[in-house]
Design a protein around this ligand. Structure first.
Ligand code: DOR
Ligand code: ZN
Length: 348
């Protein structure tokens, strides 16, 4: 048990079960922020062009390993970007050969670089059946894309129209509802058995939708799924802090050049890697649940994925510091989440 006002905290090294690393100069700039805190991460495949083959994923993994700072201990876990044309054979081979840890479902046009995503789940039914059979997790961007559905309702509608029927049809298929943002998501996932889980980002634990409009339009708080009203944020905090094994850490850290964010049509994505674990620790402290941070950050994810938890440990201290105003990425700049603001926990 932890004292009421803990000043330090040691846990098994955590993993990030949802991460965008990009490529090239951006990859080189952002990877050290993740590797300093996380032992492993599930790497999103929404590059341009997307990572759809075993060869492309193996090559991307090599580029990530080559970009690691010297001495860093970090394992990228690769994913396959599903399209209407995904070949179940290729997918199963990638899984068998240890290249693909999981596959990512982007409904076509749901978010950044999802144009090649799946237009209708019916088209990949053989893929889904194969994944269920071999125990390969399906990672879901859970939003419908119909323009007629309100952007704040897209996750709840997806759960009702797509996710719940999929789980009823293939109850043995392992599904992660990525970046859950609603109380509907929390209720659905908690009520499922052990084959369904959800990741929760740091930013969705901190901001509600008001923050996006506080005093003006805040492009650096825009992501998809978009932050919802306060009741949803509170439901996410309760779920994360509950210790329930259905919920685990996935930052969805998603860097974009500042010029692409501060634009007439700014793109979705929040770059949390510079302070991710520290922000989660602050949230868990606020929830009086620091003793459950390790379950959320370091144990529930590996258990779901059937991987051992990390043996190495990481220490956090209650010491305030400021998130950098900006981070250089080649010629570009990236503005992190909570740029210039104080965070109360630091990695020791
Ligand atoms: O906000 C987001 N950014 N949501 C996503 O689903 C994709 C991500 C990105 O790649 O930038
Ligand atoms: Zn993402």
């Amino acid at each position: 048990m932890l004292a009421a006002m803990s000043q330090s905290l040691a846990l098994r090294r955590p993993d990030d079960w949802h991460l965008h690393l990009r490529d090239g100069a951006m990859l080189a700039a952002v990877l050290p922020f993740t590797a300093r805190q996380f032992a492993r991460a599930i790497i999103m495949p929404n590059l341009v062009p997307p990572v759809t083959t075993v060869a492309a994923a193996a090559a991307y993994r090599r580029r990530i390993l080559a970009a690691l700072p010297r001495g860093a201990e970090f394992t990228p876990l690769m994913t396959c970007y599903l399209t209407d044309a995904t070949d179940p054979e290729e997918l199963a081979r990638g899984h068998r050969e240890g290249v693909f840890t999981a596959a990512k479902l982007y409904p076509a046009h749901a978010t950044t670089n999802s144009a090649h995503g799946v237009t209708d789940l019916a088209r990949i039914e053989p893929v889904l059946e194969r994944m269920a059979r071999i125990g390969m997790p399906l990672l879901v961007h859970g939003e419908v894309t119909e323009p007629g559905v309100d952007v704040f309702d897209r996750e709840a509608v997806f759960i009702e129209r797509v996710l719940a029927p999929l789980h009823r049809r293939l109850p043995e298929l392992k599904i992660v509802l990525e970046h859950a943002t609603t109380e509907e998501a929390v209720a659905f996932v908690s009520a499922c058995g052990p084959t369904v889980a959800a990741t929760i980002t740091a930013h969705h634990l901190v901001i509600n939708r008001n923050a996006i409009f506080a005093g003006g339009l805040r492009p650096h708080l825009y992501c998809l799924p978009i932050a919802k009203r306060e009741t949803h944020r509170l439901a996410l905090r309760r779920a994360a802090a509950s210790g329930d094994p259905h919920f685990f850490l996935g930052t969805d850290s998603a860097p974009h050049p500042v010029t692409a964010k501060e634009s007439a049509c700014g793109c979705a994505g929040i770059f949390t890697a510079p302070a991710a674990l520290e922000i989660y620790a602050q949230v868990f402290e606020e929830e009086g649940a620091l003793d459950r941070l390790e379950a959320f950050a370091s144990l529930n994810g590996p258990r779901f994925y059937g991987l051992p938890p990390n043996e190495a440990r990481i220490a956090l201290r209650r010491r305030s510091w400021r998130v950098p105003e900006r981070v250089a990425a080649g010629e570009a700049w990236i503005v992190p989440f909570l740029a210039g603001e104080e965070v109360l926990w630091a990695i020791a």
